[in-house]
Design a protein around this ligand. Structure first.
Ligand code: FPP
Length: 263
């Protein structure tokens, strides 16, 4: 009896979440959501499991959130999967993390192709193991002609080095007469970044209660709305995505200007 009651309550809640999800579509949806997927290690620790079990569960969550992002009609979903600082982790954990793109894409690529998702990557591919690079390249090639959701993995990504590399590229182009220094502005500089084909994120989500950017998209997040949640990434589900987008829809984005009624 108690179990039946619990099941009924869960069903009620999931119907309520579905209604709220549909309600989101009546208001402006963030075109580009970026997520710092944090808390895999703590998720595993709470269950007395090895840290890598948390990363594996986190990978399943990537699929869940990608599906929802696609249903919402997002233009882009950028996921911080491995930072330039993550190499400092134990070798075994790094090796596991490097296998995840292969496992994820090996399992879900046919679905992503079917769902019109375009897979992209930002970060420095050079240091990645060949098997990781190959899996990502295969997915990028297979989804090249899709024009739906862009699923952008930040892999071996660090924002400061991205900015420095772009500056070097700009200086080079100025020296070679390709770019006139007087033409350099924010828009032109953005076109030198790894995100040149993406709009800046409208919403940044970070899970697990940490409130920092960890060298993620420092330039691109200048006017982004932030949403921090205590939920650990492997537990992040539809209700949490709904909560984040509801919060976004409740914000007034002024980009440094005034609300129209204030002017
Ligand atoms: C941070 O949590 C998470 C990472 C460094 C890895 C994130 C990777 C995934 C979620 C899977 C990626 C999947 C694909 C398909 C590429 P943490 O380990 O720092 O957690 P903790 O702070 O609780 O220790």
């Amino acid at each position: 009896m108690l179990n039946k009651l619990k099941q009924w309550k869960r069903q009620q809640t999931s119907e309520e979440v579905d209604d709220r999800f549909q309600e989101l579509l009546k208001h402006p949806i963030p075109g580009h959501i970026a997520i710092i997927m944090d808390g895999n290690g703590r998720w595993a620790k709470k269950r007395a499991l090895p840290r890598v079990a948390g990363h594996h569960e986190g990978m399943k969550c990537v699929r869940r959130i990608t599906k929802l992002a696609n249903e919402l009609g997002l233009e882009a979903l950028t996921l911080y999967a491995f930072s330039t600082e993550n190499w400092k982790r134990p070798k075994m954990e790094v090796e596991f993390l490097m296998k995840l793109p292969e496992e994820f894409l090996g399992t879900f690529l046919p679905e992503l192709v079917e769902e019109n998702v375009q897979v992209k990557m930002m970060g420095s591919p050079e240091a990645l193991p060949v098997h990781t690079k190959t899996a990502v390249k295969k997915a990028m090639d297979a989804t090249r002609h899709n024009d739906g959701l862009i699923l952008n993995f930040a892999l071996n990504y660090g924002s400061r080095s991205e900015i420095i590399d772009s500056m070097k590229h700009v200086l080079n182009d100025v020296q070679n007469g390709i770019l006139d220094e007087s033409d350099l502005n924010e828009e032109v500089f953005s076109s030198y970044l790894m995100t040149k084909d993406l709009k800046d994120p409208d919403l940044l989500i970070r899970t697990s209660g940490e409130i920092r950017l960890s060298n993620f998209m420092l330039w691109q997040l200048a006017y982004t709305e932030f949403f921090f949640t205590d939920v650990l990434w492997p537990d992040f589900g539809k209700e949490h995505l709904v909560e984040a987008i509801e919060a976004y829809q409740g914000r007034s984005r002024r980009f440094g200007g005034l609300q129209s009624e204030e002017s």
